[in-house]
Design a protein around this ligand. Structure first.
Ligand code: FAD
Length: 505
């Protein structure tokens, strides 16, 4: 059996390793960005806690939503994808938001996902807890409190003084409060599916990684996939790779365009571009969800000491009542930096329990080298703006509480009633552009196994299929779901021997 995996990002690396464990499967892994072996990464990539936007990034601009502002929405262009450029924050989110997945795929809930979330991790502080793993590939750890940056310690003390609960482990089911941020790193070096899954598998004869190629479209015989067409980014030459199955893992912004260029999706997004409509699937690229982020900047009235440890260490999660419902938000304080002579600290508020579904992905042409058309829809959903504003008010209250009040002065424009709407950006967690759903759901693009509805041999197993954004950063959810869907794929295609599964306990 020949399987082409389009995209060697977070999900693609997991799947390439798992599927190629069966010598009966020929795996071809197709990626635009370069490959670096672990240990040979450029220094800016290896460094955990740094978001990379300047290099190895697709450079996409999106329309914010209610306002027509153009906003940079980064995505990693490198083997490892966004897991190589992200901030290595390793959070799961609250169980109830995974339970919401079952509205779309019966049975796919927290109880179904927890074994996979445990399976992928070695939690170095809490691995013995029943809801954690202690022998999975991804190491998770937190900075001890005696190594916290003084400003972040001040933030935690002020939050506790405001009545927020202390949380040792933000990944414990139901944990809400202030405490150390968990990371997927070891000794300050990021730990990702590229080095932990893919690199050890690359010696296998049945796994081929091809970089520097742009995945263009599917080759379909009727409704059945027979291969995939790629463009060599250096020469412009097109190649067709035959495959029995194509698994899309190009990420939330880039998996839908491959279907659209193949004539699969909403007719009004395809036919105006002169592409023949092969299979009408109205949900392709529609209903994107993301976490809106609003930044609040403060002047710091003390010196910023040099500190050997990273700039994110502490996280506050809390709930605010919006329209009679308790909804979750995050506040993430950043260590100060100096800009234009001012010492500045930035606090980011994340609308964690976001209900937005108006984001969308389109294509502007048939050329795979053109960037997708991205409209984010931030703060358009009922209550999302209220939640953002409530989170901002709580952040300001913490900032005015001792001991933080002694060192922070808010920037004057924070009282602007439109601050959230004017400054909203991505917290980098887009999902649901090829959303899973039931047979009777007209906007469902994938089924609960990741199959594209109505096609044979075409799958998606990346963040695009997640039916509802978890109430936390999405990296762990993407890895756990890729593991689960990969195991299902192996079973359903008659290769169960290579499928791995969590321990029954
Ligand atoms: C800047 C940033 C910071 C983030 N911070 C965090 C964090 O701290 N914690 C957290 O939990 N989550 C974070 N996230 C989110 C998390 O990293 C993503 O949800 C996750 O990595 C998505 O995985 P994926 O497999 O869907 O896509 P990706 O990992 O993005 O993989 C897609 C791959 O496909 C390739 N590709 C795309 N189109 C083509 C094409 N046409 N042809 C060939 N190759 C192509 C890309 O180069 C990439 O390698 C962050 C994301 C970003 C971008």
């Amino acid at each position: 059996m020949r399987v082409a995996i389009a995209g060697a990002g977070t999900a693609g690396c997991v799947l390439a390793a798992r599927l190629s464990a069966d010598p009966g499967i020929e795996v071809l892994l197709l990626e635009s960005g370069p490959h670096y072996r672990a240990g040979a990464w450029p220094p800016e990539l290896a460094h955990a806690f740094r978001i990379i936007k300047e290099t190895h990034d697709w450079g996409f601009t999106a329309q914010a939503g209610a306002s027509p502002r153009g906003v940079h929405v980064p995505r990693g262009q490198v083997v490892g994808g966004s897991s190589i450029t992200n901030a290595t924050i390793a959070l799961r989110g609250l169980p109830e938001h995974y339970d919401d997945w079952a509205e779309f795929v019966p049975g796919l809930d927290w109880q179904a996902m927890l074994p996979w979330l445990r399976f992928i991790e070695t939690d170095e502080q809490f691995g013995g807890a029943p809801y954690h793993g202690d022998h999975g590939p991804i190491p998770i750890n937190r900075w001890p409190r005696d190594q916290w940056y003084p400003l972040l310690e001040g933030f935690a003390e002020a939050a506790l003084a405001r009545g927020h609960a202390w949380v040792d482990d933000h990944n414990a089911p139901g944990a809400v409060g202030v405490g150390p941020t968990p990371f997927n790193m070891r000794d300050g070096v990021r730990q990702t599916p590229a080095d932990l899954y893919l690199d050890p598998a690359l010696g296998r004869d049945n796994l081929t990684l091809v970089t520097g190629v742009r995945v263009d479209r599917l080759v379909l015989d009727g409704m059945r996939a027979t291969g995939v067409v790629v463009l060599d980014e250096a020469t412009g030459e097109r190649t067709m790779h035959e495959a029995d199955h194509v698994i899309l893992c190009l990420g939330t912004y880039q998996s839908p365009p491959v279907l659209l260029r193949s004539g699969v999706g909403p007719a009004d997004a395809i036919t105006p571009l002169g592409i023949p409509l092969v299979h009408e699937l109205p949900g392709v690229g529609r209903g994107m969800q993301d976490h809106p982020k609003i930044s609040y900047r403060f002047w710091i009235s003390t010196d910023i000491p040099q500190w050997p440890h990273p700039w994110i260490q502490v996280l506050l999660t809390s709930k605010a009542e919006v329209n009679g419902e308790e909804r979750l938000f995050q506040v993430m304080p950043y260590v100060g930096f100096v800009d234009g002579g001012h010492r500045i600290s930035e606090f980011n508020v994340q609308v964690a329990d976001s209900r937005g579904r108006t984001g969308r992905v389109d294509i502007q042409s048939t050329n795979p080298m053109d960037q997708p058309v991205l409209r984010m829809g931030w703060l358009e959903a009922e209550g999302d703006r209220d939640l953002a504003e409530a989170a901002g008010r709580e952040l300001m209250a913490v900032a005015r509480t001792a001991p933080l009040d002694a060192v922070l002065d808010p920037w004057p424009n924070l009282d602007d009633p439109d601050h959230a709407l004017r400054t909203v950006e991505t917290f980098h967690h887009p999902v649901a552009t090829l959303r899973m759903g039931r047979d009777d759901d007209p906007m469902a693009v994938t089924d609960g196994d990741g199959r594209i509805r109505g096609l044979d041999g075409v799958w998606c197993m990346d963040a695009s299929v997640i039916p509802r954004v978890p109430s936390a950063n999405t990296h762990l959810a993407v890895i756990a779901l890729a593991e689960k869907l990969g195991a299902g794929f192996l079973g359903s295609t008659g290769h169960p021997a290579a499928a791995v599964a969590p321990d029954p306990d």
